[in-house]
Design a protein around this ligand. Structure first.
Ligand code: GLC
Length: 421
């Protein structure tokens, strides 16, 4: 610091900063990212519920993608003729929908946030937008109540973080990717303004831009507006900008501590409800969550409710089973970070405070041989019950658990360590 060269360098930097005109200061572009504290809090939640729902549930086909007609900006078309798909909302009457019940199901599953489709690629709007009549509160809609409002209120009441999914692509809007695309951008910005103004705290926004660029959505001013209204919101990377988190889809993200990421995955084989769908086993669900946490990500796990408004009982049952597991072992997941030992086919590690949780998902032999750990292991125990022998040496950490004490889903060894990153 006392070096005269660095000294004058500092001076130049300071002077330049003060002489920047206002517009350039805005170029600091703070609004491109959420405050670090908000990102940290979001990461600690670890597990959220994704919900894809709309009139298409009446058909039991995929939301957005099953709509026929042209998809400006994307190849292909869906099986359901536009005249049918775009009129489904006149029959969509989910009289059994109970927002508190969905929130209860999410919380029982151990989920800490919920993200709901406010508008998918098919353009149908699940909230009371003043900017369109193609919406749940349209005079043509038998149901006629704002679903987003009910869900936002239920989440806020129960202390569950609330997020919105919004698709910038809109295959229903007449201006979308035409020479009047500017008008569509106004519509998009207008709806985000409504969503960020009329529904209380919005904790995250899941854009789903299908590869569209920042220019396609005029994303910078959009981010600026959103963060002015919702300063702590977490925005994903699907609006043409890096945003706050990456979004591996239908797969477990690779080990990565930064940037933050969130895997989104379906409980069955479709985002929207599919009758008689094959759903994942409880083992698959729990191991997915564990692998995601061990690779330092979040998991946004999707259900597609039925046309009457209920979440299908077999899905609710599965979610309860995940919740039961988390009731017992949630300490090894929530608010942990992935690592310090990098994951492998055998499983993953998570850590928090001075504890390392070794999640053994697949045993290969009599013992598990892990690479060296920096801190000294003070003691260890089997969280899942039984005997464990842990031997630490310069070469690594060797873990032995008798076969009868190995858990078929996840054998968790907790090690207290004197020093962690
Ligand atoms: C895909 C699909 C969409 C789904 C989303 C969730 O991009 O277009 O149907 O909503 O993934 O991540």
């Amino acid at each position: 610091m006392s070096n005269p060269f660095t000294h004058s360098l500092y001076l130049i930097v300071i002077l330049t900063a003060f002489s920047l005109p206002h517009a350039d200061l805005a170029e600091a572009e703070d609004y491109l990212h959420a405050p670090p504290e908000a990102v940290k809090e979001w990461r600690e939640l670890k597990f959220g519920m994704f919900i894809h729902w709309g009139p298409v549930s009446l058909m039991g086909t995929e939301i957005g993608w099953s709509r026929g007609g042209e998809r400006r900006g994307q190849r292909g078309t869906g099986d359901i003729p536009v005249e049918i798909y775009d009129n489904l909302y006149k029959k969509f009457n989910p009289t059994e929908f109970d927002a508190d019940e969905w929130v209860r199901i999410a919380q029982e599953a151990g989920m800490k946030y919920l993200v709901f489709t406010t508008k998918h690629h098919d353009g149908f709007v699940n909230f009371d937008s003043k900017l369109t009549d193609y919406k749940i509160t349209s005079p043509e809609s038998p149901y006629g109540k704002d679903i987003v409002k009910q869900l936002a209120d239920a989440c806020h009441k129960a202390g569950l973080d609330f997020g919105i999914y919004y698709s910038p692509p809109d295959w229903h809007h007449p201006d979308y990717r035409t020479e009047n695309h500017e008008r569509y951008i106004e519509y998009l910005h207008g709806q985000l303004k409504e969503l960020c103004s009329n529904y209380g705290d919005i904790d995250m926004i899941f854009f789903d831009g299908l590869g569209g660029t920042a220019e396609d959505w005029n994303a910078k001013p959009l981010f600026k507006m959103i963060r002015d209204l919702q300063p702590d919101v977490i925005i994903n990377n699907r609006c043409g900008l890096p945003g706050d988190n990456q979004t591996p889809e239908q797969k477990i993200g690779a080990f990565q501590t930064d940037p933050p990421w969130e895997t989104c995955m379906t409980i069955g084989t479709q985002w929207a409800w599919k009758p008689d769908d094959k759903i994942k086993s409880v083992k698959e669900c729990v191991q997915t969550l564990v692998r995601v946490a061990g690779n330092d990500g979040n998991l946004l796990f999707n259900v597609g409710p039925m046309p009457d408004g209920r979440i299908e009982p077999c899905q609710v049952g599965r979610l309860e089973e995940i919740g039961d597991w988390l009731d017992q072992y949630g300490e090894s997941i929530y608010a942990t970070r992935g690592g310090p030992i990098v994951s492998g086919p055998w499983g993953v590690t998570t850590y928090k405070d001075n504890k390392v949780y070794v999640h053994v998902l697949e045993w290969e032999g009599d013992s598990l041989e892990l690479p060296p750990l920096e801190g000294k292991i003070l003691d260890s125990e089997l969280m899942t019950g039984g005997k464990v022998e842990v031997v630490q040496s310069e070469d690594g950490v060797s873990i032995k658990v008798p076969r009868e004490d190995r858990d078929p889903v996840d054998t968790i060894v907790v090690m207290r360590v004197d020093d962690l990153p």
